[in-house]
Structure formats: structure tokens, C-alpha cells
Design a protein around this ligand. Structure first.
Ligand SMILES: [Zn+2]
Length: 139
């Protein structure tokens, strides 16, 4: 069974915006950043100007430990864009700080993907931007 790898350069890439720029700068620096609300204390992701839980504007960037577990997943065998290599495993990860991130699992086979799998962040440059993939957390 093939071990899943990051996509190669040439795929459509995210375009950082003023609100998401700190997140992407963090990825380039090897940090998984998220926001925490000074009003209600909850973690917020995707990057936002105001808290999605209580509406407060008191969001502060924090650095995640980069570990969490697979909340949900699917395996893509027929990508809708020809630039993507298949198969790849799309996962929603619940990080230990309480936020979720949609990403891809690498360093494992499609048979390894399951709900509850412990993972850690693995940053990969895919040609101009660093993406936060996850891999099984063996430690
Ligand atoms: Zn809040």
C-alpha cells in the first residue's frame, strides 16, 4: 500500500488575506497558529476578525502544540482538479487546544486513516507556500 505524500508543486494554492496572513506566516515558520478569544476563552479557526462563538473582537494569536486527533475523514481517489495526485486522505483534525483544521494526512496509508487517530502537524512547502499537513503521531 502506497504511503501518502504531500502534493507536489503546481496545485492550486491558498491565497493569504489580511486576516489569515498570521496563520500562513506561522506555517512558514513551522508554527501552527490559531486564535483564542479574550471574551469567552474559546479557540477560533479559520482566522477571523471576531469570535465565532461570542462576537468579541478580542482575538489573540497563539501557537498550537500541533497535536490532535482525526475527527472525520475521506479518501479522494478521483480528484476534481488534474493537478492533484490521488489517492489522498482529507481529514478534519481536532487539535488539543480545541480548534479544528481541514487538511491532508501524509506518512500513512489510506488503510491507516480512522476516526481518533492521533496526529501531529507536518509542514511541507508545496511551491511558494507552506501547508500544514498531519502525520500519525508515534510519540
Ligand atoms: Zn468568544
Amino acid at each position: 500500500m502506497t504511503v501518502l505524500e504531500p502534493q507536489r508543486p503546481g496545485i492550486p494554492l491558498p491565497q493569504p488575506t489580511p486576516v489569515s496572513r498570521p496563520f500562513w506566516d506561522g506555517c512558514a515558520a513551522g508554527e501552527l497558529r490559531y486564535q483564542r478569544c479574550g471574551g469567552c476563552g474559546r479557540a477560533v479557526f479559520d482566522p477571523a476578525w471576531d469570535c465565532r462563538h461570542c462576537g468579541s473582537g478580542a482575538l489573540e494569536w497563539q501557537v498550537s502544540g500541533g497535536r490532535g486527533e482525526v475527527y472525520s475523514h475521506t479518501v479522494v481517489w478521483r480528484p476534481q482538479a488534474p493537478e492533484f495526485s490521488a489517492p489522498y486522505a482529507v481529514v478534519i483534525v481536532t487539535f488539543d487546544e480545541g480548534f479544528q483544521l481541514l487538511t491532508n494526512l501524509v506518512g500513512a496509508t489510506v488503510d491507516d486513516v480512522r476516526v481518533g487517530l492521533r496526529v501531529r502537524t507536518a509542514f511541507h512547502d508545496v511551491g511558494g507556500i507552506t501547508l500544514p499537513y498531519v502525520e500519525p503521531d508515534g510519540s
